[in-house]
Design a protein around this ligand. Structure first.
Ligand code: HPA
Ligand code: ZN
Length: 339
């Protein structure tokens, strides 16, 4: 025990990512490359200038830049390259399983076809499985600032790709767009066999988490930070062992927390909530999985045992088969014992 540093420990432990927007992995270098080949303009003259714009006071300020960045994605190959770059990046970080979001409406609203988007992403995920050994699930997220009709249309377009899409989710501007707005779309999605998840309680109140549970029948809550405002809700999340996919560096960059030293992860763990660590939009928030684990470990003085528990939580919260979960958890426990 205690033979390797926390950095090395985090690097080597097999990890899972459960909250990742593929459009949020768009690194400036790749953005400029793809913009050039598609003859699309970027509002910034250089990678450095673009990176300087990555300073946000809230979720909306980030979303404005995030949607602008996605504008240069046109061809199936662009979506492939975006996803392939992400998979290679996390492969270096020893991520072995990913469950990632894509936002079809960000693209279909610009007249890029649903097929172009999903075919590029899916082909990269298949290649990642074959060549990098990363297993995957794909989650189609509805943009909650758009209306119910747009979400229904998007669901319709997803039906031919049921085999490729495990779940539907809900993201974008949370305040003023409660889960209840999409109750009927989510009911239809469940009827069609999709699992459901939703961003709730990132900027929005704990009531939105209740709605996600009661109305959208989610199997995970994305973020969920605000659950701590409501003891009854915490009790419910614990009883259900409902996973929260928490994103520390995202929380810091979007001012959901003012300092990582005040991040609620330890309190959530203490209360027995099934909390997990994720990167959300790593190209914009300054870190992928390892950086998220490392920064909270430093700020909150997490032990190797606590880090191991967070990783095990992620495997438990994933949609891997029970057999694969058991195998992976045993592997993680053996790693902890050895290191
Ligand atoms: N919250 C809401 N919508 C998003 C996010 C997020 O953290 N990232 C990308 N879209
Ligand atoms: Zn998110």
């Amino acid at each position: 025990m205690n033979t390797i540093s926390i950095e090395q420990f985090i690097q080597g432990i097999p990890k899972v990512e459960l909250h990742l927007h593929i459009e949020g992995t768009f690194e400036p270098e790749l953005m400029f490359e793809i913009a050039k080949r598609n003859n699309k303009k970027i509002a910034y003259t250089s990678v450095d200038e673009l990176k300087k714009a990555y300073s946000f006071n809230n979720l909306q300020e980030f979303l404005d830049i995030y949607y602008a960045g996605a504008n240069v994605l046109i061809q199936e190959q662009d979506f492939y390259d975006l996803t392939w770059a992400y998979l290679n990046k996390v492969h270096e970080q020893n991520v072995v399983h990913v469950e990632i979001f894509f936002d079809p409406q960000t693209h279909t609203d610009r007249d890029i076809s649903f097929d172009t988007v999903i075919k590029g992403i899916h082909r990269a995920l298949e290649d990642g499985k074959k060549q990098l050994g990363i297993s995957f699930k794909l989650i189609m997220s509805f943009l909650r600032h758009l209306d119910e009709t747009s979400a229904f249309n998007t669901l319709q377009q997803a039906l031919p790709y049921k085999d490729w899409i495990s779940a539907v989710g809900l993201d974008s501007s949370e305040l003023g767009n409660p889960p209840s707005k999409f109750e009927r779309v989510f009911a239809k999605a469940r009827e069609e066999g999709f699992l459901t998840v939703a961003h709730a309680g990132e900027e929005g109140p704990s009531e939105y988490i209740w709605e996600a549970l009661d109305l959208l029948k989610v199997t995970r809550i994305d973020h969920g930070n605000r659950c701590l405002d409501d003891t009854k809700l915490v009790e419910k999340l614990v009883n259900l062992q409902m996973p929260l996919t928490v994103c520390p560096l995202s929380n810091l960059e979007l001012k959901v927390v003012t300092d990582l030293k005040d991040h609620p992860i330890p309190e959530m763990m203490e209360k027995n909530i099934l909390v997990t660590v994720n990167s959300d939009d790593p190209a914009y928030f300054g870190g992928y999985m390892n950086e998220n684990y490392l920064e909270i470990s430093k700020a909150l003085h997490l032990s190797k045992q606590q880090i191991t528990q967070l990783v095990i939580n992620s495997f438990k919260a994933s949609w891997l088969s029970d057999q694969d979960k058991e195998k992976r958890i045993a592997q993680v426990e053996a790693y902890f014992q050895k290191n």
